[in-house]
Design a binder for this molecule. Structure first.
Ligand SMILES: *Cc1c(COP(=O)(O)O)cnc(C)c1O
Length: 217
């Protein structure tokens, strides 16, 4: 598939769901993709990208930002506290705020730097041992904690378990967001972005469907 196929499917899913045409932002996940492929997508006019690793984003995006106007970079991978400063300097948005220690670090750095990327709180909707994110039962409390720190919380993010029907996870995330008056929902990847849009996704994170399979490093 190509960027154009994906934007067409997103437009269709958005209109099928009775939502406004601009309700969904496509984050093109460029992790591990060769620069030529990323450049092709930039040349087709797309500007919103996602990366998993701070290190990789730092190696790649300053140059692309110089070459192309209006780039928006989202960090969507687990964030170590000691990389938080670099992440805040690089990114327009961080989707993986998932623990109190990271929240207090981001709040301190926001004071110091005078700005903060928009934030999504990651919720571990499948309650998976190995996955990051706050547990659904702790989400309301953690959202309140982040707000008390004056962090710009835009919404919630989830990565459903691979072997489960994604719908129930999307529905759960939407429910937690609604009861906390949060409008942002970062959910849906290559295999299920249309479904995520039907459950209210505002940000879909699509990698392999745009760029092709990730070439192993
Ligand atoms: C890699 C990744 C994606 C994109 O996955 P695809 O299946 O290639 O679309 C989305 N979200 C996160 C958090 C990822 O790490």
């Amino acid at each position: 598939m190509t960027l154009r196929d994906i934007t067409t499917s997103i437009a269709k899913a958005t209109s099928d769901a009775g939502r406004a045409a601009d309700a969904v932002t496509l984050i093109a996940v460029s992790k591990v993709q060769p620069d030529e492929r990323v450049r092709e997508v930039l040349e087709q006019g797309h500007r919103v990208f996602g990366e998993n690793k701070v290190q990789e984003a730092a190696g790649k995006w300053p140059a692309f930002r110089e070459a192309f106007d209006g780039v928006q970079l989202h960090l969507i991978g687990p964030l170590q506290t000691n990389k938080a400063r670099q992440a805040m300097e690089l990114a327009d948005s961080i989707h993986t705020l998932d623990r109190p220690k990271l929240a207090t670090t981001l709040a301190r750095l926001a004071q110091e730097l005078g700005h903060c990327p928009e934030l999504f709180i990651q919720v571990n909707t499948g309650e998976e041992e190995q996955k990051a994110g706050v547990l659904p039962a702790d989400a309301d409390g953690f959202i309140a904690e982040c707000r008390a720190l004056d962090l710009p919380v835009r919404g919630l993010m989830c990565i459903p378990p691979v072997n489960e029907e994604a719908s129930m996870h999307f529905a759960l995330l939407a429910k937690i967001a609604a009861r906390n008056d949060l409008t942002g929902l970062s959910m849906g990847m290559s295999s299920d972005f249309a479904k995520a849009i039907s459950f209210g996704a505002t940000h879909v994170r699509v990698g392999s469907a745009i760029f092709g399979e990730r070439v192993p490093a």
